[in-house]
Design a protein around this ligand. Structure first.
Ligand code: NAI
Length: 425
């Protein structure tokens, strides 16, 4: 039963957050319980410190993954999905992807069933971490990855299957030119890559509004539109269309620059751009995915907010997280900005090799809880945790995954690391 007085509500596209708020959480599998305990102790302490007893989270455990399967025979019970939609904001640890025919990845299922179309992945450097690049402090990038379309739609036909044959017969009959582009039609497996205008624009809109709210200077559309014109290329085009139609006062686009350059001349285009950016407008450009991987390594300072389709965003998020020293410290969230429903999450997996050993680094889930607190508008508590985590890491108090690369650091267990953060408030 829902205690409606503690449930978040979305009214006129605004979250109404009660001071005593119920947050459903999934502990997750493997190291899930270790990192969840650590996260909750840090969050509770931060809220108490920031608001004394005026605000409080009432943690409400819901089940998914192995724990749910053992209790109910289901990997992702409907009740869990209901709790996330009814309480609006929740948080989760990592979940095992069940291996076997017909079982979807639970993370993909959660995102799809709740229509959480934004996968938000902010990536920044924490001083004191051993990063593989020479100037990791230049990286401060927030990725908006589309979460519901693209090759993740799950429409795939196995080679030699009845479905593949039906599809190939239809293609041969109706679209013979396309059929002849398939190199080995006898043994081909097929997948479908749906990318829509609505799906792209709601994602890009979220990125733009984030950039405006947080005074970010650049929004970059990352795509492989040179090869996939009507999916990835359309993503780019719809992004520019949206920015130029609905955000004229806020954004100057590379497409506008190009238009002025070809029709009026380069010096006019430069003047126009200078004027726009000088007056605080955001620069929107686009970069092809392969170049983006290079440029994020070579010139990370040229990136600020990224909007990308699903597969590109998946690759980019982990590559960028690695650049600042690892996925163990990189937070994530899956959000539908229209319904307000948001599930914050650790971005790493269940790490079965270290589960239950007090070795896991809880930073990813703790930083996800920071995103959650910011989303709730509880910024003082969010700031306390961020600053304390920065201090803890900078003092060389690290979990073993990071400590092994930092000479002179001390190695803390998961629980001790959480205590160190609280002591550093
Ligand atoms: P993984 O992220 O669980 O582990 C990769 C390596 O990183 C391991 O050596 C592990 O010990 C280490 N590691 C991961 N998180 C850590 C942390 N917080 N602190 C210290 N070390 C950490 O990836 P793997 O092994 O590919 O996947 C294991 C399971 O997790 C699979 O069932 C997979 O499907 C699932 N998974 C779930 C995700 C989610 O729920 N969001 C994301 C990725 C994988």
């Amino acid at each position: 039963m829902i205690d409606s007085t503690t449930a978040i509500q979305m009214v006129n596209k605004k979250l109404i957050v009660p001071d005593q708020v119920t947050i459903p959480f999934i502990t997750g599998d493997g190291i899930g319980p270790d990192v969840t305990d650590a996260m909750q102790s840090v969050v509770n302490a931060a809220i108490e410190k920031a608001y004394q007893f005026e605000k409080k989270i009432i943690w409400n455990e819901v089940f998914a993954g192995e724990k749910a399967f053992h209790q109910t025979g289901e990997w992702l019970p409907q009740e869990t999905l209901n709790a996330f939609s009814e309480f609006v904001v929740g948080i989760k640890g990592p979940l095992t992807t069940p291996v076997g025919g017909g079982i979807r990845s639970l993370n993909v299922a959660l995102r799809k069933d709740l229509d959480l179309y934004v996968c938000l992945r902010p990536v920044r450097y924490f001083q004191g971490i051993n990063a593989p690049v020479t100037q990791p402090e230049k990286i401060d990038v927030t990725i908006f990855r589309e979460n519901t379309e693209d090759v993740y739609s799950g429409i795939e036909f196995e080679s030699d299957s009845q479905e593949a044959k039906m599809f190939l017969d239809w293609l041969q009959e109706q679209l013979p030119d396309s059929y002849h582009k398939i190199r080995f039609p006898q043994s081909v497996g097929l997948g479908i890559k749906p990318i829509s205008k609505e799906g792209s624009q709601r994602l890009i809109q979220a990125a733009i509004e984030y950039a405006i709210r947080n005074k970010k200077p650049i929004v970059t559309l990352i795509h492989k539109g040179n090869i996939m014109k009507f999916t990835e290329g359309a993503f780019r085009m719809w992004g520019y269309d949206l920015a130029e139609r609905d955000y004229k006062e806020f954004i100057y686009t590379a497409r506008q620059f190009e238009h002025t350059r070809t029709h009026v001349g380069i010096s006019e285009a430069k003047k126009e751009k200078e004027w726009a950016l000088g007056n605080g407008m955001i620069w929107m450009n686009d970069v092809i995915t392969d170049a983006a991987f290079q440029n994020l390594l070579l010139y990370p300072q040229d990136f600020s907010v990224i909007a990308s389709s699903n597969l590109n965003g998946d690759y980019l998020s982990d590559a960028l997280a690695a650049q600042v020293g690892g996925i163990g410290i990189s937070p994530g969230a899956n959000i539908n900005y229209q319904t307000g429903i948001a599930v914050f999450e650790a971005t790493h997996g269940t790490a079965p090799d270290i589960a239950g050993k007090n070795l896991a680094n809880p930073s990813s889930l703790i930083l996800s809880s920071v995103l959650m607190l910011q989303y709730l508008g509880w910024n003082d508590a969010a700031e306390l945790i961020t600053k304390a985590l920065e201090k803890t890491i900078n003092h060389g108090q690290l979990t073993q995954d990071l400590a092994q690369f930092v000479t002179g650091s001390s190695t803390l267990g998961t629980g001790e690391f959480a205590k160190a953060i609280i002591n550093n408030f």
